[in-house]
Ligand binder design. Structure first.
Ligand code: HEC
Length: 177
């Protein structure tokens, strides 16, 4: 009787008893024992069944917020831009628009963006804001130095973009007037 009551309460508050999800990995986003795999709902032909699939990129450099992802998060890193920028704005644009790389427009509005992201400030004319290359380089490398609570990914500290790629992105940002 007690058990039934408990079940009823769980049903009422919408909680799922632990058993029900046993078939699914507890960490849906990242499983360190399965590098390059991510769980992704398969389309309708599989009736939405969740299965481990090869992901299009190695996700292991993107720590998740999952409680099960025990890898240490890269520490916020302050960097100095060395020498002249020497960035290739065209390449920077490609990186910014590429959903597998910068994916900047997930959060920012950029020129040519079909549907601007609203998570961060629009960057349509960031090149006319008077920021130095060094400032922008730091923001893309690791914005947590400016705002410890930011959810902008630290592209440099995570090793998702190389130093040269960040220089290219900065050259692109500076070209947006
Ligand atoms: C997941 C969301 C997200 C992504 C992806 C993202 N950003 Fe941001 N970005 C933010 C947020 C939010 C802020 C501002 C508030 C803060 O610090 O959290 C910000 C701030 C910035 C700033 C600082 C503006 C200033 O006034 O100093 C720049 C520059 C910037 N982002 C560039 C980029 C570039 C370039 C990319 C891609 C390589 C990118 N962002 C990807 C969320 C994101």
């Amino acid at each position: 009787m007690r058990k039934q009551l408990l079940g009823l309460c769980l049903a009422l508050v919408g909680a799922t008893p632990a058993m029900a999800n046993d078939a699914l990995p507890s960490n849906l986003l990242y499983d360190a024992s399965r590098p390059n795999k991510t769980i992704w709902p398969l389309p309708a032909k599989n009736m939405g069944e969740l299965k481990w699939n090869d992901h299009r990129q190695d996700l292991s450099r993107w720590p998740t917020l999952s409680y099960e992802d025990k890898r240490p998060t890269a520490k916020p890193r302050k960097v100095e831009l060395q020498g002249p920028l020497n960035g290739d704005a065209e390449n920077g644009k490609k990186i910014a628009m590429n959903t597998q790389r910068g994916n900047c427009w997930a959060c920012h509005v950029l020129p040519g963006d079909p549907q601007g992201g609203t998570g961060g400030p629009p960057l349509m004319n960031v090149g006319s804001w008077g920021y130095t290359d060094a400032h922008l380089y730091q923001q893309v490398f690791d914005r947590r130095v400016a705002n410890p609570d930011t959810f902008m990914p630290p592209y440099g500290s995570n090793g998702v973009l190389t130093e040269q790629e960040i220089r290219d992105v900065v050259a692109y940002l500076q070209s947006l007037k």
